[in-house]
Write a protein that binds this ligand. Structure first.
Ligand code: MG
Length: 118
């Protein structure tokens, strides 16, 4: 079973993404901030990571940089409520950049694509 790590500081969104990904048939682990996300990346060896951009302490870009220094290949999806961040060079190290939406269809299809169609 593929393991997905969801790093998101807002509890309701974190739980929503978790439930949706469990329904898709993945094992899902979650972190509420960047530090916790990094710890779980090291410890749990997930197959894919989804990262919220705006988080306290360590934000999504810092976490992305930290993970990419150790693993060039793991699929990473960055998402945010703000589309202007797509113009930020720092996010280009991610495989996908998505804007938050209540419709998770695109999110779920990108997860599937990155896990199985590489
Ligand atoms: Mg956030």
């Amino acid at each position: 079973m593929k393991k997905v790590l969801v790093v998101e500081d807002e509890t309701s969104i974190r739980n929503l993404y978790k439930e949706e990904l469990i329904d898709e048939g993945y094992e899902v682990i979650t972190a509420g901030n960047g530090n916790e996300g990094y710890e779980l990346f090291k410890k749990e060896h997930p197959d894919l990571i989804t990262i919220d951009l705006k988080m306290p302490e360590m934000n999504g870009i810092e976490l992305l940089d930290k993970i990419r220094k150790e693993d060039k290949n793991i699929p990473i999806i960055i998402y945010s409520a703000y589309s202007e961040f797509t113009q930020n060079f720092s996010t280009w190290a991610a495989n996908e950049y998505l804007v938050k939406s209540s419709d998770l269809t695109e999110f779920k299809s990108k997860v599937r694509e990155l896990l199985f169609c590489k």
